[in-house]
Design a protein around this ligand. Sequence first.
Ligand code: CP
Length: 310
Amino acid sequence: HRHLTGIAGLKPHEITFLLDEAEQWVAANRGSKKNDKRLRGLTQINAFFENSTRTLLSFEIAGKRLRADVVNMHAATSSVKKGETLIDTAMTLNAMRADVIVIRHGSSGAVRLIADKVDCPVLNAGDGSHEHPTQALLDALTIRRRRGTIHNQRVVICGDVLHSRVARSNILALTSLSADVRVCAPSTLMPAGIERMGVTPFTDFDTALEGADVVMMLRLQNERMAGGFVPSNREFHLRYGLTLKRLAKAQPGALVMHPGPMNRGVEIDSAVADHVDQSAITEQVEMGVAVRMACLDVLTRRSRGVKGWA
Ligand code: CP
C-alpha cells in the first residue's frame, strides 16, 4: 500500500495532483450535496495518541462525507493507558481489518513504524516534530486559492520552527512548488542547518517580513521543550508576535495564516487573527476537510480497484 507519512517523498506533480483533487471537495462542501459514496463499506480508524481538535474532526467529517465507517480511538481512554505498546496497538487495529488508518502520535517516526506493520494505507495526522503532511497540503491549497499561485510567493514561517512538524511539512511542500520560503525564529528555536532545506533563516522578524506575500505564524510548542530553552510569552510576543504594526511591513494585503491552535496575544494578536481581509485562518480549517477527503479517496483507490494516484 502507498501511505502518506510525509511530504518528503512526494513529487511536485503528486502534491499538485492532491491539491487539484481537493478542489472538487471544496466546491461540494460549499454546495448542498456534501456527500459522495466512494468509500462506502470501508472502515476508517482514526487513532489519536495526542490531542487534536481540527485534524481529528476534519478527518472524521471527511471520512463520513465519503460514507466510510469512521471510528475514533483516543489514547487517553484506550488500553495504551494500561501499558500496551505502539506495535501491539497497531496489530490490534490491523486485526480489525481497517481499510485506512489515520494516526497522530507524539513521537517522530511512530507513524512510519505503524505503516510498516499494517495491511492498509496509513495517513500521518502529525508525528512529534517530524511531519504533518495534510496540514501542509491544506496550507498550500489555501495559498494557491488566495494568491492564485504558489510559485515565487514569498512565505514567512515564524515561531517555534525547531519543534514544528507543521513548519517542516510546509517547508517541504512550498519549496517543492518553488515558493520563496523564509523561516524566522529565535536562534534557540531554529533547527541547525535549516538552509539546507532551501529556505532563508532570519532571527529578526521585521527584516523577514519585508516583501512577504504570506505570513504563517506558529505557536510555542511548550509540550516539546522539556529540558530546553522556553522563552516567556511576553518576550516572545515582543520580538516575534504578529501585530498590525508588524503586518504593515509585509506586502499590502499579505495573507495571514496560522495552523491553530492559536495563543492570542503571544504569537499573534487578535486584531490580526480576526482581520477580515487578510486572515485565512478559518479558511485553512475549511480547506482541511477538502484536502483530507482527497487524501482518503486517493490513498484507498488501489484497494477499491480504481486507478488514479498520479
Ligand atoms: N493544526 C492542527 O493540527 O490542529 P489540531 O492539533 O487541533 O489538530
